[in-house]
Ligand binder design. Structure first.
Ligand SMILES: *[C@@H]1O[C@H](CO)[C@@H](O)[C@H](O)[C@H]1NC(C)=O
Ligand SMILES: *[C@@H]1O[C@H](CO)[C@@H](O)[C@H](O)[C@H]1NC(C)=O
Ligand SMILES: *[C@@H]1O[C@H](CO)[C@@H](O)[C@H](O)[C@H]1NC(C)=O
Length: 429
């Protein structure tokens, strides 16, 4: 997502994310292990690696079996004290990080709740794209928010062939590039197609497709080229490290084919991708993702092995990836959860490593800050709840966030309800 905010003194940018993995065979191995594991004696409800985490009921709430770590214990998975000890130890690493209080102001919610939507801010206007409403229903429109009068207004339809979730998005301040992504609900297949919205005429056009489709690739405009990196490959799980770019201007490709660039150091989807001070940053993300259940006519989502990471990388004029300090905790699902404020990147929410005992997904509630001049991370506050795939904007001193999937409550960081809430808080960095 790109941010073109007049208040930024430095070039703003856009975002999105994802990358590559060091070894596809490693993951393949992990996946096999997962299958074996799921069919072993661990098949109590606490251990089924199923789509239950993603199943939405009619109200839009996620239905997750209510299994606590204690119940899992009683089901006989942990027999000796050593394992109990390591369970306690591990749990600590997934805990919330202490953070200063931020006073959040409740704004008008988005017209629809959305999970895995995307967003782009252009000055005071915030474009919120598609996403899942429920696991069986995806949105086919863009909602538009005006930061000046704080209202949701326009609603634009997306082209019929455009993907609905896991998009890569970037903007030059007028044209919004919408790259690849998943077409349809549940865990359906991806499309390689690319569409461009001219925000002045409100007209869509299409562009040369990606060489191969990707789920949630890191996407950004940088030095006149549209860069698309990482994401998951066609099976939704296998991380890609591919990095392609193409020269673009005014919503059109200036070249006939994509150029291969330096592969990203770590592959996979759901990463933040930010251009700032003429450098391109990649932050967080994961390897692996839910996959369609084999043979399922509706491509039912089925959980697979995932590894979340906090790695950060930077590309500058040298066109060689440089390793930066990692985030304070592993963090994924943050492709549209960042803004640039002064000389910092602010990231809100996400998902971190799963609970080592229950294997449940753990959401993130912190607001992180990366100071680009000192290359240091800090936690500057906490969101009203933990939430992933939240969409953020920054206007007139306020950090805004909307949408995503929130936690089950202050004591339970597992994902539950898909929301359309909009909040803001005044930042003072
Ligand atoms: C889960 O179980 C706990 C303990 O039995 C209970 O307090 C809580 O309300 C349950 N949560 C849901 C969502 O059913
Ligand atoms: C946003 O709101 C302001 C204040 O009401 C208005 O002047 C402006 O035209 C709006 N912008 C758009 C694009 O609707
Ligand atoms: C950004 O920097 C300017 C100039 O130092 C300062 O006035 C402003 O408060 C800063 N913005 C935030 C959100 O901290």
């Amino acid at each position: 997502m790109s941010r073109f905010t007049q208040h930024h003194t430095h070039s703003s940018s856009a975002a999105k994310w994802v990358f590559l993995t060091s070894c596809a065979c490693l993951l393949g191995g992990a996946l096999v292990a997962d299958f074996l594991w799921a069919s072993s004696s661990y098949s109590s409800s606490a251990y089924s690696f199923i789509s239950s985490n993603l199943a939405l009921d009619k109200s839009g709430a996620l239905v997750v079996p209510n299994v606590t770590a204690n119940e899992a214990d009683q089901k006989g998975s942990f027999k000796d004290k050593k394992e109990h000890a390591s369970e306690r130890l591990l749990s600590g690493t997934f805990a919330d990080i202490s953070a200063p209080e931020l006073p959040w102001e409740n704004m008008t919610p988005a017209p629809v709740p959305r999970l895995d939507g995307s967003s782009i801010q252009i000055k005071n206007i915030f474009y919120v794209f598609a996403g899942y409403g429920t696991i069986d229903h995806v949105h086919s429109h863009v909602d538009v928010y005006n930061f000046t009068d704080n209202t949701w207004g326009e609603r634009l339809d997306i082209p019929k062939e455009m993907a609905h979730s896991h998009l890569g998005v970037a903007t030059d301040g007028r044209y919004i590039y919408v790259v690849s992504g998943q077409y349809g609900p549940q865990c359906r297949g991806p499309t390689a197609r690319i569409f461009v919205l001219d925000t002045e005429t409100k007209k869509w056009s299409s562009m040369l497709p990606l060489p191969s489709p990707r789920y949630a690739p890191a996407t950004q405009l940088w030095r006149g080229r549209l860069h698309v990196m990482g994401g998951s490959k066609e099976n939704r799980h296998t991380p890609s490290v591919d990095h392609w770019s193409i020269a673009v201007k005014d919503g059109k490709a200036l070249e006939k084919e994509w150029r291969k660039e330096a592969p990203i150091p770590h592959g996979g989807p759901h990463r933040a991708c930010v251009v700032m001070n003429d450098r391109l940053f990649l932050i967080g993300g994961q390897e692996g993702d839910f996959m369609p259940k084999p043979g399922s006519p509706i491509f039912k989502c089925s959980r697979r092995h995932e590894v979340v990471y906090g790695d950060a990388y930077m590309l500058d004029g040298e066109m060689k990836w440089k390793v930066l300090p990692p985030m304070p905790k592993p963090n994924s699902h943050i492709e549209c959860s960042w803004v640039i404020v002064n000389n910092s990147i602010i990231i809100a929410g996400g998902t971190t490593e799963k609970n080592p005992v229950t294997k449940r997904m753990i959401l993130v509630g912190e607001v992180f800050r990366f100071q680009v001049d000192s290359m240091t991370w800090s936690v500057i506050g906490r969101l009203p709840y933990r939430v992933k795939t939240t969409l953020t904007g920054f206007w007139n001193g306020y950090l805004y966030f909307t949408s995503g999937q929130r936690d089950r409550g202050p004591e339970n960081p597992q994902p539950r309800q898909v929301v359309g809430d909009m909040f803001r808080t005044k930042l003072n960095l």
